[in-house]
Design a protein around this ligand. Structure first.
Ligand code: PLP
Length: 398
């Protein structure tokens, strides 16, 4: 365990960490520095979608390590081009910009939208986003995020963002008068409490965008790469967005982000307008390509679907037994339980049972198992979580 004195740590004070140091991981399991085994239903916050240290990615990265690690984007990067080809083949987009994180992918999307508006003589380039959304921690993505607690302390905010209520039909009708350049949304809000978008609402939003020449951006940083049962969630909503952002699951834990766009929008960028030293370097692109290939293997997502249905049915059983579980929400392997009580308390009780889960806001417990989770591991989760819920009831609702 990392030693700190009571008042001093060389790490800046930005995280409230739980008392656990993880040294090793394989699949759904991780081991602490004192060699205790934990069942990990967080996947590094929807990142290790193939579980920890997946052998295919490990092998490809090991091979790449002996070839070349990094060259910069001064030169062609063949692995990056291969990954871009694969991503455009699997989606409705034509071109990709690579970066290193979700915030950077959204930052790139915001810049592309502004470049597109400027190119078309529009100097306003406003963007509509939604309340309770989360789009990242850079200044522009904080401004895009629809949560005051994320913005607080960092004022003044960059301008040009309008936040509307999520899943609210009436406010959609105000969009055409605002004439924004783009609308950006998560089709399933992750950090904002595991809240799926209503399909009829999304259909109306998409129609308004189409009818009024407004770009539609889907932030699939958390929902992408198979997390919700399809490769990308926009497929389930039958959408054809103009821009999509990715990160998290794309590299199986190796940092990589991507912003994908339709060609007519992507062409607003020209050399020198945007860039990233590391973006899409050979190691990151190798991790991305291998991960994508595994998720696209026949049957991969079908098996995930079986386990997510099993997990959901177990959660529904819990809801019948434990009245403090108010609602179960989510899609595929991005599930949330709204509880009456403090979600952090429940996460701490789970840690005592050697089960890793996380929160999504003050009263939502979030479950993000790897897409490779087995039936035995779902059963092991059920055993551990039963004890956690019993303890929570004793302590908080006894
Ligand atoms: C929907 C969404 N967008 C953007 C981000 C920011 O990603 P990153 O932490 O990689 O910058 C996150 C992170 O949780 C996210 O869930």
């Amino acid at each position: 365990m990392f030693k700190t004195t009571s008042n001093y740590s060389p790490i800046m004070n930005t995280y409230s960490r739980l008392p656990l140091s993880i040294q090793k991981g394989k699949g759904t399991l991780v081991w602490s520095d004192d060699n205790e085994e934990y069942l990990d239903f967080t996947s590094g916050i929807a990142t290790c979608n193939l579980g920890h240290c997946p052998s295919e990615v490990e092998k490809a990265l090991t091979e790449q390590l002996s070839q070349i690690w990094h060259t910069s984007n001064l030169y062609h990067v063949p692995k990056q081009e291969e990954l871009a080809c694969l991503l455009t083949e699997k989606t409705c987009f034509d071109q990709v910009f690579f970066c290193n994180s979700g915030a950077e992918a959204n930052e790139a999307a915001i810049k592309l939208v502004r470049a597109f508006a400027n190119k078309n003589g529009d100097k306003q380039a406003n963007m509509v986003t939604f309340q309770q959304s989360f789009h990242g921690r850079t200044l522009a993505t904080v401004a895009a995020t629809g949560q005051e607690k994320i913005k607080s302390g960092f004022e003044p905010m960059p301008e040009g963002f309008i936040h509307l209520p999520y899943n609210d039909f009436d406010s959609l009708e105000t969009i055409k008068d605002m004439a924004p350049t783009a609308v950006m949304l998560e089709l399933l809000q992750g950090e904002g409490g595991v809240v799926p978008a209503n399909p009829d609402w999304v259909k109306r939003l998409s129609d308004i965008c189409k009818e009024n020449g407004i770009l539609l951006i889907v932030d699939e940083v958390q929902t992408g790469m198979g997390r919700t049962g399809s490769l990308f969630l926009y497929e389930q909503y039958h959408l054809e967005p103009d821009i999509m952002t990715l990160a998290k699951g794309l590299g199986s834990g190796f940092p990589i982000g991507a912003m994908l766009a339709k060609e007519e929008v992507a062409l607003a960028f020209f050399p020198g307008m945007h860039g990233s030293t590391f973006g899409g370097n050979p190691l990151a692109s190798t991790a991305g390509m291998t991960t994508l290939n595994v998720i696209c293997e026949p049957e991969f997502l079908n098996k995930t679907g079986e386990q997510s249905r099993l997990l959901l049915s177990e959660l529904e059983r819990f809801q019948e037994e434990f009245s403090f579980i108010k609602e179960i929400r989510g899609i595929g392997m991005l599930l949330g339980l709204e509880i009456s009580g403090n979600a952090v308390d429940l996460v701490k009780l789970a840690l005592e049972e050697k089960l890793l889960i996380l929160t999504a806001g003050p009263n939502v417990v979030r479950l993000l198992p790897p897409l490779t989770v087995s039936e035995e591991e779902v059963n092991s989760f059920v055993q551990k979580f039963t004890k956690v819920l019993q303890k929570f009831r004793e302590v908080h609702h006894g």
